[in-house]
Design a protein around this ligand. Structure first.
Ligand code: TXA
Ligand code: MG
Length: 324
């Protein structure tokens, strides 16, 4: 199949593209769309056959539940059996935004979305294109629009590199904002827990809820990056020896702003990753280095004191290097 690509205006999405994309979703097709975190691979949340195609196309295990994307509170009410007070508070403060809430699922949510669970993950994305599409098509079940195990896509081209020819269409609104997936909080338990650190700093959730939150770091396999190896220079010594041995035609390095003591590395390709600011580009760097044919991507030692999104990024870097 040929994947249709609509170049759409981020701030005032063209109505005809939204209408056509929504029509495809209502016919059971898959449409990739931008959010403020990463691109999502959407299917109509109430169409189990369409939802099952998501797993097929991504090569994702069906036990792995999908987040349902909503654009208003009426949709939320149809998807859950209860909205506890902390959930309401979080929605009021952080939605639309990079936060997904796990709540008890209503009987309306197809089993295919839930992967055997009794809870559903909800997210209201802060992206005009995503919101316009959901408003038109209704709730959309969507994982990140990458092949299972690959870094999440932060541009339409990343999506097409992984899924081109396998999905009906993509709404291309350029690069996403945060470039890191949403933070996930489980509110179906007696005490809320963080299931994934992401674009919304855990500190902000703790400040609003007035309690400390347990943050899980589920050990996930390293990202699939073809024949490029990702290495984390865990301490200064290892980093320096990696630098001295590095073959400059085959190696690229990533540092975090202040140029580290590069030794002989001045002629090696370097990427700068901002561990603190917005517009994180970790996944874009990994995908670009792989596409350029580097065999090794070496990350500088991570600073010990990290907060906010930096902590979530450090977690992804450790995962990338198989260090979880
Ligand atoms: O930023 C994001 O969250 C992006 C954009 C597209 O919204 N989506 C995304 O989806 O990252 P995905 O499927 O790649 O990651 C969602 C994670 C998965 O690890 C899934 O297992 C978990 O959320 N999840 C979803 N529903 C859940 C539930 N009911 N209970 C526990 N974990 C859940
Ligand atoms: Mg994903």
């Amino acid at each position: 199949m040929e994947t249709k690509r609509w170049i759409i205006d981020k701030d005032s999405p063209q109505k005809e593209f939204i209408d056509e994309a929504a029509a495809l979703l209502s016919r059971g097709e898959l449409v990739a769309f931008p959010t403020e975190t990463v691109y999502g691979l959407g299917a109509c949340a109430f169409n189990p056959e369409a939802v099952m195609q998501i797993f097929e196309v991504k090569g994702r295990l069906p036990q792995s539940p999908l987040l349902v994307h909503v654009s208003n509170q009426t949709q939320v009410k149809t998807l859950v059996t209860a909205i506890p007070a902390p959930a309401r508070l979080l929605m009021e403060h952080f939605w639309p935004g990079p936060l997904a809430l796990i709540l008890p699922a209503s009987a309306q949510v197809p089993g295919a979305v839930l992967g055997g669970k009794t809870t559903v993950g909800l997210r209201m994305p802060a992206h005009p294109v995503a919101l316009a599409l959901i408003e038109k098509a209704g709730p959309i079940a969507a994982p990140s629009a990458n092949l299972s195990g690959r870094p999440s896509p932060v541009s339409a081209q990343h999506v097409l590199d992984d899924l081109g020819g396998m999905i009906a269409a993509i709404l291309d609104a350029g690069p996403t904002g945060a470039g890191l997936e949403s933070t996930i909080i489980d509110l179906s338990l007696d005490r809320p827990e963080i299931l994934r650190q992401g674009g919304l700093p855990v500190e902000e959730l703790e400040a609003l809820l007035g309690c400390g939150l347990k943050a899980w770091s589920s050990a996930k396999p390293a990202y699939k990056t073809g024949d490029m190896e990702i290495i984390l220079g865990e301490d200064g010594g290892l980093w320096m020896s990696l630098m001295t041995e590095a073959d400059r035609d085959e190696t690229a390095i990533v540092h975090y702003g202040e140029i580290p003591a590069l030794g002989m590395a001045h002629s090696i390709k370097t990427y700068t990753l901002n561990l603190e600011g917005q517009g994180q580009n970790l996944f874009a760097i990994i995908r670009e280095a792989e596409a350029k044919g580097y065999k090794k991507l070496i990350f500088a030692p991570l600073p010990s004191a990290l907060s906010g999104v930096g902590r979530a990024l450090a977690e992804r870097i450790r995962r990338a290097a198989g260090r979880q």
